[in-house]
Design a protein around this ligand. Structure first.
Ligand SMILES: Nc1ncnc2c1ncn2[C@@H]1O[C@H](COP(=O)(O)OP(=O)(O)OP(=O)(O)O)[C@@H](O)[C@H]1O
Length: 286
């Protein structure tokens, strides 16, 4: 089984949070609002991942409050996907812990999965299925009742512009459409937290604009988002905050404006903070 297969979106028992209150699968947060501040919806607490002696991620801590759209930046191999996989419970950390919606992703995996939509790096599986069949399968695996699932499937077809390929095998779709199917599975159960690993990866400018629009709508709905990307101008357009990781360590945590004034300055700052192992010592808290 491939790593992508382990990350099957059907694997987490995420379910329909709009179910009746008596529904044992209804989403609820264990994380009450803290007095004077919004509750933390995503928390990394000293996350580390070692592969033998190699530290892919080292002692990464941050907290994303409810309703914040947070960009997760870093060069290739910096540790973004590894961190996201630990945050979503798909990869066990070597040290540290993660919570989503206040639920520990290792100890209360099902509760965390109810709150969470995750777009993995490798896109949707079950390539022989059509988007319609795949999303229906995912919804059923998440315990969504058919009277809830049907309208959500229609909503995803519309929101992710999947109508032209709704009945075609995923294997035959372009990268852009496959990415949209991945987004649709992440959004299907209407989770309040979204962790999106390179949602614009490999897309053309029109498709990137479409994803940006979708992220803007999700932000307007009050969702909490953590998005990894390489496109710095997207960060300025849609994100409230930037987390920058380099060689497995968090080297910047602040707003896009804190990082730099202009897009050019931001690119220069990105290069400066991620260019060398010395950047590891430049971690800064906003
Ligand atoms: N299973 C594994 N075994 C050994 N090393 C691994 C494994 N998975 C990831 N790594 C290494 O960990 C480091 C971080 O990888 P990761 O995929 O998290 O980076 P990334 O920031 O997401 O990169 P990209 O932007 O290219 O997707 C890389 O050096 C990668 O080669």
């Amino acid at each position: 089984m491939t790593a992508a297969a382990v990350e099957s979106p059907a694997a987490p028992a995420a379910v329909d949070r709009a179910s009746a209150p008596s529904d044992p699968f209804a989403e609820e947060s264990a994380n009450a609002p803290t007095p004077g501040g919004p509750r933390a919806m995503i928390e990394a607490k000293g996350l580390s991942k070692f592969y033998g002696p190699f530290a892919a991620v080292r002692d990464v801590s941050f907290s994303v409050p409810e309703g914040q759209v947070c960009a997760f930046l870093g060069p290739n191999g910096a540790g973004k996907s590894t961190t996201m996989r630990m945050l979503t419970g798909f990869l066990a950390p070597s040290a540290g812990a993660a919570t989503v919606g206040g639920h520990d992703v290792a100890e209360a995996r099902i509760d965390a999965a109810r709150t969470l939509g995750y777009l993995p790096e490798n896109g949707p599986l079950y390539q022989e299925m059509s988007p319609a069949a795949f999303l229906s399968y995912v919804g059923k695996a998440r315990g969504m009742a058919s009277d809830r699932l049907k309208p959500r499937l229609e909503a995803m077809k519309e929101a992710c512009s999947l109508a032209p390929v709704w009945g075609k095998p995923i294997a035959k779709l372009s990268r852009g459409y496959r990415q949209r199917v991945g987004m649709a599975q992440a959004l299907l159960h209407d989770p309040s937290v979204l962790i999106l690993d390179e949602p614009t990866g490999g897309l053309d400018p029109n498709q990137v604009a479409g994803v940006r629009e979708l992220i803007g709508r999700l932000r307007d709905e009050g969702k909490t988002l953590l998005i990894s990307t390489h496109i710095l101008r997207e960060v300025r357009a849609v994100c409230d905050r930037v987390l920058l990781i380099s060689a497995g360590r968090l080297v910047f945590d602040g707003s896009a404006d804190d990082l730099a004034g202009s897009e050019e300055e931001m690119e220069a700052k990105f290069r400066e903070l991620t260019a060398s192992p010395q950047g590891r010592g430049e971690r800064r808290k906003a």
